[in-house]
Each structure stands twice: as C-alpha cells, then as structure tokens.
Design a protein around this ligand. Sequence first.
Ligand code: ADP
Ligand code: MG
Ligand code: ZN
Length: 474
Amino acid sequence: MFEVVIGLEVHVQLNTKTKLFCSCPTSFNHKQNTNTCPTCLALPGALPVFNKEVLHKAIMFGTAIDATVNKTSYFDRKSYFYPDSPSAYQITQLYTPVVEHGKLRIDFENGSHKIIRINRAHIEADAGKNIHEGDISKVDLNRAGTPLLEIVSEPDMRSAEEAVLYLKKLHAIVRYLDISDANMQEGSFRVDVNVSIRPKGDEKLYTRVEIKNINSFRFIQKAIELEVARQVEAWEDGTYKDEIVQETRLFDQTKQETRSMRGKEEAADYRYFPEPDLLKAVISDEMMALYSKIPELPDEKMERFIKEYGMSEYNASVITSSVEMAKYFEDMMDEGISAKNATTWLTVELQGRLKGDMNITNTHVDAKKLGLLVKRIEDGTISGKAAKEVLDKLVEENLDVDGVIDALGLKQVSDTGALEAICDEIINANQEKVAEYRGGKDKLFGFFVGQAMKASKGSANPQTINEILKAKLG
Ligand code: ADP
Ligand code: MG
Ligand code: ZN
C-alpha cells in the first residue's frame, strides 16, 4: 500500500569551551545575558573569529561516519528575523559544508542491518532563547553563537522504528566521540523529522511535512506514527492534495497530535549569500591527520566484544549502546571477572534494580563495586543468591562490598577443616545410605550434598562440599 519516507535533521550542540565566533563561554545555567559580548550581541563593527576547535569536532564526526571531509569549506549568511537572533541572520554552511556523504549503520533486533546515508553535516551558530512569561516575552542571548553541527540524513528511513534506531546510533556516536553532551532535555541534541508517504513501488518523493524539535525518542516515534496516519487518511479520503502541504508542524504531546506551525520557508526567503566577514575554513594535512584520530565506536566495540568475549550479538549491542554502558562494562572487566557474569550482573541484576531516575551513572554502585561483587561470587566468598542480597543493599546505600558481606553474615564457609567435620557427621549419621551409594546408587550423592548444606545453614561453599564428599565417599 503505502511506504513511509523519513529524513532527519539533527542539531548537535558541540561541547566547545567557547562560542563559535567569539570567546564567550558556552556553559549553561548562567544568569541570563551574561555570557555575551559585542560579537554574539551583533553590535555594529564587531567581527567574528572562527573557533578552530569546532573544526576539530567536525572532522572527528566526519571520520566516524566515513564521510568526505572538505579541506576547504565556506560560511554563508541565512537571513531571518526573530527576536532571538540579534544580527537578523544566522551564519551557516549552505553551499560547501565541512562534511558530506557519510553513512551510518542501524541494527535491527533480528540481527539484520541497514545503511542510512548522511547527506551532510555543517557548522552553524545557534540562536538565543525566547522566554515567554504571561504577557511578557524576554530574550536570553547566552546561547546565541553556540556552535552547532547540523547533521542531515538522506530520506532513507522507512518507519518510525528505523528513524529511532538511526537517532539512537547517532546519539551514541557523538557521545562516544565526546563532541557533544547530546542532552535531549537541555536541547543539545534537537531533532527535526521530515515525513512523507508514497504508494509502494513509487520512486518519486511526495510532499513532506517537517515536525520540529521533539525532545525524546519516544515522542519522535509517536509523532511520526501520528503524522503518517494523518497523511494516509488524507490520501484515502481524497483530500491529500489540499491537506498535505509542505509546512512545519508541531508535535503536541498532551493532545497527541501534530499541528501546523508555519508554512515552510523556501530557500529564496532566506536570501543566502557568502558570509563576507569570515575567511574560508581550511583544514591542513597536519590537522586532518591529528583530528581524524577517533576513539573506538559502537560498531567496532560490538564486533570486538563478540570476538573477544564470545558475547551474543544482542548482549554486545546492549552493552555498546551507550558510551556510559560500555565504559561501565570495561571497568568491571578490570576486576578480572568473566564477561558472561559481568554482562548478567550489569544488564539484568543492576539495571533491574535501578528505578525511576536512577541509572548506571548516578547509582552508588559504580563499576568497581559491581565488578568486585562478581569477583566475590567467582572466588567462592559468597553464593550468587547471597550476592543478590548484597546488591539490594548496595543500591540503597553507599556502602562497600566486603563490608556488606560481613555485616549480613553471608560469607560462605570454604574452610575445609570445618566443612570436613560437617561431612563426617553426615556420613556417620547415614551409614545405610552410604552403603547404597557405594553399591552403585549414584543419585544419592545429591542427598549428601543437601544434608551438608543444611547442616551448615546454607553457608557452605557448595563447590567445596562437593569435593570433600566425593573424596570421602569414594
Ligand atoms: P531543507 O534544508 O529545506 O529543510 P533538505 O532538502 O535539506 O531541505 O531536506 C531536509 C531533510 O528532509 C533531509 O533530511 C531530507 O532527507 C528530508 N527529505 C527531503 N524530502 C523528503 C521527503 N519527500 N520525504 C521525507 N523526507 C524528505
Ligand atoms: Mg530543514
Ligand atoms: Zn560573545
């Protein structure tokens, strides 16, 4: 019937110390309009000076998505009139962006993959913020001039699910590269979704609608589904031509609908022209060599984990889905534990215990603690069951692993002397069964282990008990 066509534009706020064209700090949460200067206030005569660190981060990104990094790129002026832009134009890169023709792989749960092409990534300056309070509107220019990387995909996605997979991967990549904090709530990873539909088999692109600034993956999924439903319904009602126009729409999360915000500007409305106050951005061979060194990315890490640790593809994708998770796992592995146990205790036991706003970055249970807890199971100090109790406690309170094991009296007795005495007692008290066992009734072994564990009130290391009984019963 219909095919869904989605292209995404993502504005990533780069985490440089200073703004794109002036030396004002980019930090958040400062008093309004204090991080400003004549340049970012667009006072007459003030000139922009390009922040090279931005080029560094753009090159890293281009390298990460296997793109062409243009050694020479240019800045352009895009005119628009909003109170949050004191210059009445935005400096961006229209004609020659710094990064072009990249690709990004998305992985489906069934193990298949798809490549999404990235048309371009260009550098541009952010606007300030309009704050509306009742009848009064205020403008805060602290954010004006903050560097953005706008990443524009080709219209390659065919469902809301694919769009979300693309965004999650993109989010992970910029976090792995540490070029942005990519905090969706604070607006440092802003997504515009372009959606159209077409009859299946049709190659041409139909009218697209842009939905702006949706700040969570869940809402993006919902907004796309609602918009697709609206377009399909219009098609089936015969109102498609009138109803579906190229425009910018808003996603209203309380009303669960998208609604028209404004007609889509045409490029002509922006009166683009080359920015006269800036030189071209040139990347030297030395810069390119130095800045294209990037850390291990999710895809490579995933492959390495599968190879090195024999991890399942699914577990490897969960562990590498965020840079925090991958780092947590690798820090756990520093304790010299098995990857299988580390994976289970991280993804099942710990994550299952983190409620509400808790996550692996703000819990008391850091990687070192959880790694040590697993080590205590592996070295026979406590049983897996006891470790769960210890973890309950560790999630609640900031305590140390061995302290909690002691306090809860969970240490397994591995001291052979004490355990041998217990085993002797069990053997003496059950002479008949011993004879049967020796006579070939192998199944009785479990009975002796059970009795010994019971006699130790569950504190015995079952491994040790097994060994002792084997030796004594012959
Ligand atoms: P603009 O700069 O005016 O927003 P672009 O041509 O750069 O327009 O496209 C912006 C985004 O819209 C890109 O991600 C592109 O893939 C996507 N897009 C373009 N046409 C369509 C369409 N018909 N359906 C869905 N997405 C589209
Ligand atoms: Mg756009
Ligand atoms: Zn400034």
